[in-house]
Design a protein around this ligand. Structure first.
Ligand SMILES: [Fe+2]
Ligand SMILES: [Fe+2]
Length: 261
């Protein structure tokens, strides 16, 4: 089984870029299942119903997210209504939505878990203890398990990789929007990358119009962030080749594609 896992999709240019390149990648790598982080999919901030519908139409099967999923109030009810949409599992129990699912792909069950780091981020529940409990329970049903660790600090993500090594198929990082070149298979057979990167505007600062971000750094006062609508875009993620017998990663290929809209 080949799984494509895409980094944070940022705004319309990111969405359309994915729509444009996905068919080719699907064919090239014989992709069975597509997972993508959508925390910035609606104009860089959160989600809307139309955005999720558009991405589903492109062929994305499961959506993960992170700290920005709360940015659009209208998107929050979708966390309950949309079965394949996740938010980090280590938010307090009363927060809407769920942090994991078991997705059925024909006769195969694929567990997907979304977890969030705490370094330079909200001090939510300890992701290590939360993910451990979910993985233990999930392994009763399937050995094919993917974990999106949405975190800022590389150390926290690498620690999560080793923590789950041998227990899950792959641990992939999101949130920084900058792809790391450290894809590997850990000693226990878990595929790993510190950050998948992003799907969004190439000539930007993390997907956002660079002028406003620069002004923020210079003036230190709030600025309105927008996402470029047109131009060069990039689409980044990994292809995970899964050994369906034991749930381990056979191969992990880092993907970095560009195009223009
Ligand atoms: Fe993001
Ligand atoms: Fe984030």
């Amino acid at each position: 089984m080949n799984i494509l896992f895409l980094g944070d999709i940022v705004g319309k240019i990111g969405r359309r870029g994915v729509g444009l390149l996905l068919p080719r990648i699907r064919e090239e790598f014989n992709v069975d299942l597509v997972v993508a982080n959508v925390e910035n999919a609606a104009s860089g901030f959160g989600i809307t119903e139309n955005v999720i519908k558009e991405l589903r139409d492109y062929g994305i099967d499961v959506f993960t997210s992170g700290n920005h999923i709360w940015d659009k109030k209208e998107g929050i009810p979708l966390l309950e209504a949309c079965e394949n949409l996740l938010r980090p599992a280590n938010y307090p129990l009363d927060v809407p939505g769920k942090g994991f699912i078991i997705f059925s792909h024909f006769d195969k069950k694929v567990g997907i878990i979304n977890i969030q780091g705490r370094i330079f981020m909200e001090p939510i529940e300890n992701p290590f203890y939360v993910v451990k409990n979910i993985v233990e329970e999930m392994r009763k049903y399937t050995k094919i398990i993917l974990v999106d660790v949405h975190a800022e600090a590389t150390s926290e993500k690498i620690a999560m990789g080793y923590f789950l090594d041998g227990l899950v198929t792959a641990v992939v990082g999101t949130h920084t929007h900058v792809q790391t070149a450290d894809e590997r298979i850990l000693p226990g057979g878990t595929g790993y990358i510190t950050d998948l990167g992003m799907c969004g505007a190439y000539d930007s600062i993390l997907g956002v119009e660079k002028e406003a971000v620069l002004k923020k750094f210079l003036l230190q006062i709030p600025q309105k962030f927008t996402v470029p609508e047109k131009g060069l875009f990039k689409m980044e993620g990994v292809i995970i080749e899964v050994d369906e017998e034991n749930g381990k990663t056979k191969n992990i290929i880092r993907l970095q594609r560009r195009g223009e809209i």
